[in-house]
Structures are given as C-alpha cells and as structure tokens.
Design a protein around this ligand. Structure first.
Ligand code: SAH
Length: 243
C-alpha cells in the first residue's frame, strides 16, 4: 500500500528528534513541509526530493504530499514539534479521503510545550491547558472564553502562537484576561527558539509578561497558583495536598 508519514520534527535540532522520526525521513523519497521546517533538515538529506510551500499553504502542501504518495513514492509530511499539535496531521487525514487508499503513519515529536518546559524547569508538572492565540482558524471570542475558563480552573497554561506582527497586542490581551483570576505575581515563563539558534528561556511574573515582547517563535507559560521560582527555574509542585 502507498505510504505517507506525518512526522513531528521536535523543536529544531537533530538531538531532539525521535529515532522513529529519523527512520521515517530516511525511508522517505519525498519530504514535504513549510519552507522554514524543510530548511532545518534539507542539508541532512541531499539525495531526497523536497517540496516546500509558504506559511499558509497547508492545503496545497497536503495535496502535493498525497499526490506524490499516490504516484507510488514514500512521502513524509513534516511539522515542527508534534504534527498533531497545531500541525498537519488532521488535515492529512481529512484530505486523504479524496485519494486512493494510503497507509498514513503519524510519528510523534517533542512539542514546544515539552521542549520549552524542559528549558524552564518543570512548569507543567500538574494539569495544564494549551491554548493558541492565533485567530486565523479560531474566533478570538472563543480564545478569550478558553483563556478565562483555564484561568479560573487554576490550570497551568501554555500559549502557542502568542503574537505575530499582525497580532502584536494579543499576549497583553491574554494576560489581562488571566489577571481576572490570577495574581500579577504568578510565575510565568517565556521560551524563544527552543532547540534552535538564539534559544532563550526567561522566568518572570504574569504582571511582567503583560509588558513583554513575544513573537511567532515564542512559547509562553503561565503557572498555576502554586507555581514557584526555584533555583532560577519555573516549577509547579506535583500536587496541591502539601501546598
Ligand atoms: N506543531 C508545533 C506547533 C506549531 S504552532 C509543536 O508541536 O510544537 C507554532 C507555535 O509553536 C509557535 O508560534 C510557538 O508558540 C511554538 N513553537 C514551535 N516551535 C518552537 C520553538 N522551537 N521554540 C519556541 N516555541 C516554538
């Protein structure tokens, strides 16, 4: 049967890729992805065919991959982090319905919540919610409702897509919603370019986060009411019993 891998590349460096991801890329003849991610791996596989599309070309990218797979070549669609977390895995399944039967195999990767958490210490040890601030595919009102609900339920919160040039003030707006239910002293973290050149991690407070700069390469962490700064790191206790 025709084979299509959907591969999570992890944050960016080879050391943070899984053995299965490396094996799937090795086996594939064609690698399809967003230009920036394809560029992370292109040099490693000079013999492969690469098909790259710009940022919002997800549907086109999936179709290119499905057509290459139907043509009999083994194909890998790549996403950063995990392909099932704001990645391509769902779209591949949806669009594959219009093609010959294809054996789709999703290969998990280290998502930004996990690579970023490791750089900060242990911020997500207890229950946490992951929310994307991108309103390209989700209405902003729904994002606000989820932020408010996660804040009130005392989840640790991990924010993906916290800002872009078009959405410069979204992080500030998100912080204002969380400040309804959480103190300004709540411990927070900012991770930029995990596993890539220019990697940085910073622990700060929710009040400071409101004034901070973030971009599309940043993942944001907001602790729950128990989260502490310990040895310079952001640490959430395992539970509430001894708090
Ligand atoms: N599938 C990816 C997420 C894609 S959404 C994953 O599982 O990680 C894109 C968002 O992910 C970015 O705006 C940023 O918030 C986060 N992100 C992805 N890679 C990152 C990295 N190396 N360092 C910090 N944040 C990252």
């Amino acid at each position: 049967m025709k084979k299509l891998y959907v591969v999570g590349l992890g944050p960016g460096d080879e050391q943070n890729m899984t053995g299965r991801a490396l094996a799937a890329l090795e086996e594939s003849e064609v690698i399809v992805g967003y230009t920036a991610y394809v560029d992370l791996i292109r040099a490693r596989y000079p013999e492969k065919a690469f098909l790259a599309t710009a940022m919002r070309g997800e549907v086109e990218r999936c179709r290119m991959a499905l057509e290459a797979a139907c043509g009999g070549r083994t194909v890998a669609v790549v996403s950063s982090g995990d392909a099932g977390v704001y990645g391509m895995a769902g779209l591949v399944y949806e669009l594959a319905q219009g093609y010959d039967p294809i054996d789709i195999e999703v290969v998990p990767g280290v998502t930004a919540a996990c690579s970023g958490a490791a750089l900060l210490g242990a911020p997500l040890i207890h229950d946490f919610a992951v929310i994307s601030l991108s309103d390209l595919l989700t209405p902003w009102e729904l994002i606000e409702r989820r932020l408010d609900a996660a804040g009130r339920a005392d989840f640790c919160i991990c924010l993906y897509n916290p800002a872009s040039r078009r959405r410069a003030d979204y992080l500030r707006r998100a912080c204002d919603i969380l400040l309804r239910s959480r103190a300004p002293e709540t411990v927070a973290g900012l991770v930029r370019n995990a596993g890539r050149a220019g990697e940085s991690a910073r622990v700060l407070t929710l009040g400071e986060l409101r004034e901070a700069q973030a971009d599309m390469f940043t993942t944001v962490f907001i602790g729950n009411s128990q989260t502490k700064k310990l040895s310079g790191g952001m640490v959430t206790p395992r539970g509430y019993r001894d708090a």
